[in-house]
Design a protein around this ligand. Structure first.
Ligand code: AMP
Ligand code: ZN
Length: 494
């Protein structure tokens, strides 16, 4: 392994880029917070899935395929899920079974979405409901809560169990509550938008367990009565059960730093008597759509499935490779603005790479030989996932891929595969039927705009619109009608 580059990762705990040193290089362990499956996943949810998929691929390359364990959970108990399950419930079976049935559907859809984005299956994809009070599981949520009560950092009150950060701060050996988010008590109180509830001794206390109404809410039997877990304890239990009390990397979106990850650390460290849970905490930046926060009421909310199979975004469906590359083009810690323009740019880039390969005469299945250039891509990624550098290298190879020397084309294929971008699909365009479906709404008005620009001799504008068509994989044919007026027809480039 001496030729392998050193992996450096930005650690939210220390706010610095650090050399990565796994606890056990024969079993590198990573946990990522997955989606709450009350509905189809939106494109923001895809970001951590893709970012940490690249890291998973890199870790397997650096440490060996069988030496990396990756757990990414499914949150399948939550008030929104509970309410939906209750609405559908016919009382023919337990409410929990109804809930499971509901989430089977959303989980299947999520898996389908991730397949289209070429995200590898993690080693484990635990569902929270399998880790609540499973008698055979030494690390289930009820047992961890029990330990926290026994250690004096949690208390039961009115069917709830609450975690007390102020007690944690007095527990010898435990980290300071707030160390990850670097917030003081006032910031945390503001950030968590905490409820002042009569059963809380301190407004900072957060819920580990809460009571369920057996007539309307799913629940489990516990020492504190019939109830259900709080959100944070789910991840402490699943990570502990599948990766051990301490592991290497914990990831998720930047929105989770506080309170979710702060609380995971509090629970796991206090229950297991440790000063740290994971060595490295990594967070992807947030995704917004066309410059605005995604929200259902603003109409700019878009699911992964809608991007892949409908014309809702930009008037057409987008191949999974385009979505994946568009996601990879922005550094994972930066915010990303999800725009039609960015998808067109990503598609144009893939089409260019595909054309470079075809032009070089290289088949899409070259034997992958270890090469210094491919190592450059690995080195770029090992620098805190510097994908921009990796993509720039690939661009250079595409520009210089020619028949005389196959190596550049080979590097391009190898690097593409490494990033989960399958070269066979690089010039896969949406089907002509997709365009037919939106021609009246999207293509024809744009053609009319371009004709108007040409009539006004605004050639810069008419060229810009033509380029937009090219990015969509559409060629325009200019002609004249019987009266000599300019006309434009279009077809999908083959
Ligand atoms: P949720 O289903 O909201 O619990 O989110 C699942 C995962 O997606 C978490 O890691 C979140 O941090 C992440 N996530 C949710 N919304 C966005 C967004 N708009 N941009 C980036 N990541 C997000
Ligand atoms: Zn989590």
């Amino acid at each position: 392994m001496s030729t392998m580059p050193t992996l450096t990762l930005y650690n939210t705990l220390t706010r610095t880029k650090e050399d990565f040193a796994p606890l056990d290089s024969a079993n590198v362990r990573m946990y990522v917070c997955g989606p709450t499956v009350y509905d189809y996943a939106h494109i923001g949810n895809a970001r951590p899935m893709i970012v940490f998929d690249v890291l998973f691929r890199l870790l397997r390359h650096l440490y060996g395929e069988n030496n990396v364990t990756y757990a990414r959970n499914i949150t399948d108990v939550d008030d929104k899920i509970n309410a939906r399950a209750f609405e559908r419930w016919s009382r023919q079976r337990p409410l929990l079974a109804e809930m499971r049935d509901l989430t089977e559907g959303t989980v299947a859809q999520f898996n389908k979405d991730l397949k289209a984005l070429n995200v590898l299956d993690p080693t484990h994809t635990p569902r929270a409901t399998d880790f609540v009070a499973n008698g055979a599981e030494p690390m289930d949520m009820v047992r961890i809560i029990d330990k926290l009560v026994a250690r004096g950092v949690a208390y039961a009150a009115e069917g709830h169990v609450l975690f007390s950060p102020s007690k944690m701060d007095k527990l010898p050996g435990a980290p300071r509550y707030g160390a990850l988010s670097k917030r003081n008590r006032d910031d945390m109180l503001a950030g968590a938008r905490v409820d002042i509830a009569p059963y809380k001794r301190d407004p900072m206390d957060f819920v580990l367990w809460k009571p369920s109404n057996p007539d309307t809410e799913p629940g489990w039997h516990s020492p504190w009565g019939f109830g259900r877990p709080g959100w944070h304890i789910e991840c402490s239990a699943m990570a502990g059960a599948l990766l051990g009390e301490q592991f290497d990397i914990h990831g998720g979106g930047i929105d989770l730093v506080f309170p979710h990850h702060e609380n995971e650390i509090a629970q796991s460290c206090c229950a297991f008597g440790l000063d740290k849970m994971a060595s490295v905490w990594m967070h992807n930046g947030f995704l917004q759509v066309e410059g605005r926060k995604m929200s259902k009421s603003d109409g700019n909310f878009v699911t992964i499935d809608e991007l892949l199979t409908t014309t809702k975004f930009g008037g057409r469906a987008w191949p999974g490779e385009v979505l994946r590359l568009a996601m990879l083009k922005t550094h994972y810690r930066q915010p990303i603005d999800w725009t039609v323009r960015a998808l067109q740019d990503a598609e144009a880039m893939l089409i260019k790479w595909g054309a470079a390969l075809r032009g070089s005469g290289v088949s899409f299945h070259p034997r992958s030989e270890p090469s210094a250039q491919h190592a450059d891509v690995v080195r770029a990624l090992a620098d805190d996932l510097n994908l921009q550098k990796a993509i720039t290298l690939m661009h250079g190879w595409a520009n210089e891929a020619d028949r005389a020397d196959f190596s550049n084309a080979h590097f391009l294929v190898a690097a593409g595969r490494f990033l989960g971008l399958e070269p066979q699909k690089w010039d896969r365009r949406p089907s002509p039927a997709t365009f037919e479906a939106v021609a009246n709404d999207t293509i024809e008005p744009l053609i009319a705009l371009r004709l108007a620009a040409r009539r006004a001799k605004n050639f810069a504008e008419s060229d810009r619109i033509r380029d937009e068509f090219v990015a969509m994989g559409i060629v325009l044919k200019d002609g004249k009608d019987a009266d000599g007026n300019p006309t434009t027809t279009w077809e999908v480039k083959r």
